[in-house]
Design a protein around this ligand. Structure first.
Ligand code: HEC
Ligand code: HEC
Ligand code: HEC
Ligand code: HEC
Length: 208
């Protein structure tokens, strides 16, 4: 009797471990159950061949947003203001990849040459083309900015995710959507790259 109990407990443990392991399968970014996704996951965003040869876009397979420009974040204390680039048409910002769904203007099915889709991100996930009320993105975060700001850690020395902020969280030295989010892994909820319990994510960069 006891042995059966142990057996089932182990099965349950393995099942749980398997289920809770960080992965894109079954997450909100797994569209494979939709008829238009060809029973595949990666294809909606990537292709092994003939991707859009845009800089900072890993084998990208999606139509990019054609919005002319975004309304960007600003505030009197925003020191990085001068280095912000508009993700649209920028070769240094990979946030435009997220915005190719999350600005709400490009249909989910618009990949691999299709431009006639009709399904869009749900309202809660639609950040829109006015991103001035969202955490600033698309700017250089370097030691000089940390010094000017006074309330930020030096990204080249501050430990983060097994490296430093610069080596693990920035893209071409820039802070982007993917600095905080891992599009492929929803284990922390909200596709966050680490748990934000106690605001741990925020306190990785902000010295508050
Ligand atoms: C919903 C869109 C989306 C889907 C689906 C997706 N990716 Fe990505 N992927 C991205 C974005 C955006 C980036 C660039 C941002 C980054 O690196 O985090 C990226 C980056 C990558 C990279 C380069 C950076 C790294 O993490 O090594 C690889 C490799 C990759 N994806 C593989 C895959 C594979 C394999 C799949 C399918 C199992 C997949 N992706 C599914 C959006 C997606
Ligand atoms: C192919 C379109 C597509 C791309 C590209 C894409 N997303 Fe999403 N994302 C979605 C959809 C659709 C949802 C809503 C899923 C749902 O509610 O089931 C979503 C949900 C999310 C959520 C909310 C998850 C939650 O549980 O609250 C976050 C955060 C997110 N995406 C971040 C990103 C980031 C960051 C990138 C780029 C690195 C990105 N996404 C790229 C389509 C996309
Ligand atoms: C500085 C970190 C950071 C950056 C940069 C960032 N996010 Fe988020 N995002 C978060 C956190 C933290 C949450 C979870 C909020 C919560 O649970 O209340 C979140 C939540 C979301 C959600 C879920 C809906 C919501 O409003 O809670 C979406 C969608 C999303 N982010 C998309 C994006 C996109 C697209 C970008 C780039 C344009 C981006 N994020 C940039 C930290 C960030
Ligand atoms: C990867 C590093 C990083 C993470 C993670 C991060 N931030 Fe930031 N944040 C920055 C940088 C860099 C700036 C730009 C500061 C400046 O130039 O004044 C900034 C700007 C801000 C600003 C605007 C400051 C101003 O003066 O207008 C606020 C508020 C803020 N972050 C809050 C948060 C919160 C809340 C979180 C967690 C949900 C968070 N940040 C996560 C790096 C980060």
């Amino acid at each position: 009797m006891k042995r059966y109990k142990l057996f089932f407990t182990l099965i349950a443990l393995f099942a749980f471990a398997n289920f809770s392991f960080g992965q894109i399968t079954g997450s909100g970014h797994d569209f494979s159950s939709n008829a238009w996704a060809n029973n595949e996951i990666c294809i909606v965003c990537h292709t092994p061949h003939n991707g859009t040869a845009t800089a900072n876009a890993p084998l990208w397979n999606r139509q990019l947003s054609s919005v002319g420009s975004y309304t960007l974040y600003s505030s009197p204390t925003f020191d990085a203001a001068g280095s912000v680039v508009d993700p649209v048409g920028s070769s240094t910002s990979n946030s435009r990849l997220c915005l190719s769904c999350h600005d709400g203007t490009v249909a989910l099915e618009n990949f691999g040459g299709t431009t006639t889709g009709s399904a869009y991100v749900p309202g809660y996930a639609n950040v829109g083309t006015d991103i001035s009320n969202d955490h600033p993105i698309s700017f250089t975060y370097d030691p000089a900015l940390a010094t000017t700001d006074g309330g930020l850690y030096d990204p080249t020395t501050r430990p983060a995710l097994g490296g430093t902020i610069s080596s693990t969280m920035l893209f071409s030295g820039q802070l982007e959507c993917a600095s905080c989010h891992d599009v492929h892994d929803n284990i922390n909820g909200s596709f966050l790259r680490m748990s934000n319990t106690g605001s741990a994510l925020c306190l990785t960069c902000h010295n508050k």
